[in-house]
Write a protein that binds this ligand. Structure first.
Ligand code: SF4
Ligand SMILES: [Zn+2]
Ligand SMILES: [Zn+2]
Length: 389
């Protein structure tokens, strides 16, 4: 049979028939990190693959073992979710994803049906699945795509998002970083203060917040999932970044005129579940990693958590939910997250913290404008005033 690997694209041959679990062992692949797709369908570890099978090992993270039948009906399962000790057929898996999103929204009062929601969409599985689920649940949800200028990766991401919006008849807003702000993310590799992922994250937060405020959206939804949030928490714990720990939440409240409310309706669902949702729903998404991902430290924490999850399913949820439910409310005072005095940025007019300390000049310039200024001075950018459609 032929086994197709993504990311590092290659195809290996192996004699069959073999069970999925045997194929994974043969190639030393952690089952937590992949979906196995045979003949366009997800298959579980006991599925027998014939000798002439073509199998795709699609990289994701999370998941595990479980029973072979759907926990809600007699149909065979297509996906196992070890931390719930459950397996699902395609239809009941989609119900499971929606019910977890519903639980997140209701538990934290994230959204109401009167809200106008802006979904940050990248072309990856999480944000497209989120937009899909919110539209199906009847929310008024527009998409916002930020063009990062990362070569073919960004070209494909932009196409995937536009195709999804057209297919669903949904409104998509697009901001191109180079056109609007004079630099792109590959140029950010020249920045000595932040990694390219750091500049990328800063740019996304800035642009999404600005567009949400300028166009009067009530709330901004992002596709951060359980793996993202658990990995971020682990990174913050390892370095005792207490101000970040105080702010880490499925809901960040609005500061009127300054910050749009931000919600993370997927925080109860793992990456593997989101990838499976896209496959089952037939959503095309960008599987390949961003070519600049080397600078993304969160991936190391995801790997570590996946090793723990493999041996003890449920570790990630216990870690994250335990922090959110028990540790944060008791041990992190709101002062930890206090941004201090806020004033309009001298560069772009968006609200930003006024600098404190003996070296402070008193002029407030936001982190995005400082970074943008460094990049444009560093060579080759197209200086112009920051502006949005
Ligand atoms: S890997 Fe880094 S540069 Fe690439 S999209 Fe993610 S945050 Fe941006
Ligand atoms: Zn079922
Ligand atoms: Zn600014």
């Amino acid at each position: 049979m032929q086994v197709h690997f993504r990311n590092t694209r290659r195809t290996e041959r192996v004699d069959g028939p073999l069970r999925v679990s045997q194929v994974l062992e043969r190639f030393d692949v952690n089952p937590e990190t992949v979906l196995v797709i045979h003949a366009g369908q997800l298959v579980t570890k006991d599925h027998l693959l014939p000798d002439d099978a073509e199998v795709e090992l699609r990289p994701v993270i999370s998941g595990g073992a479980g029973p072979a039948r759907c926990h809600a009906c007699p149909a065979p399962s297509v996906i196992e979710v070890a931390r719930h000790r459950a397996a699902y057929c395609a239809g009941h898996f989609v119900d499971h994803v929606r019910s977890q999103v519903r639980a997140a929204i209701d538990r934290h009062g994230m959204l109401s049906y009167d809200d106008h929601v802006l979904v940050a969409v990248s072309g990856g599985k999480d944000s497209l699945a989120l937009w899909d689920v919110l539209l199906d649940m009847g929310y008024r949800a527009d998409g916002l795509y930020l063009g990062l200028g990362i070569g073919k990766y960004s070209d494909r991401s932009g196409r995937v998002v536009a195709d999804f919006a057209a297919a669903r008849g949904a409104r998509l807003r697009t901001v191109n970083l180079a056109d609007e702000h004079g630099f792109d993310i590959p140029r950010a590799t020249a920045d000595r203060t932040r990694s390219s992922c750091g500049v990328c994250g800063l740019s996304k937060r800035y642009v999404f917040n600005r567009v949400a405020l300028e166009h009067g959206y009530d709330v901004m939804a992002t596709g951060h999932n359980l793996d993202d949030e658990a990995a971020t928490l682990l990174g913050n714990v390892l370095r005792w970044q207490t101000p970040f720990m105080a702010r880490q939440s499925p809901v960040l409240p609005a500061a009127p005129g300054q910050l749009a409310r931000k919600v993370k309706p997927l925080y109860r669902l793992g990456e593997r579940e989101m990838a499976a949702y896209c496959v089952i729903r037939g959503l095309d998404y960008v599987v390949e990693e961003c070519p600049l991902v080397e600078g993304n430290t969160v991936l190391r924490y995801k790997d570590a958590l996946n090793e723990l999850e493999r041996r003890s399913p449920g570790t990630k949820t216990q870690f994250l939910f335990g922090f959110l439910d028990r540790v944060q409310p008791r041990h992190f005072a709101r002062d930890d997250a206090d941004p201090g005095e806020v004033a309009p940025c001298a560069g772009c007019g968006m609200p930003t913290s006024v600098p404190r300390g003996p070296d402070a000049t008193g002029e407030a310039v936001c982190a995005f404008c400082r970074t943008r200024g460094r990049l444009l001075r560093g060579g080759g950018g197209r200086p112009r005033a920051a502006a949005h459609r």
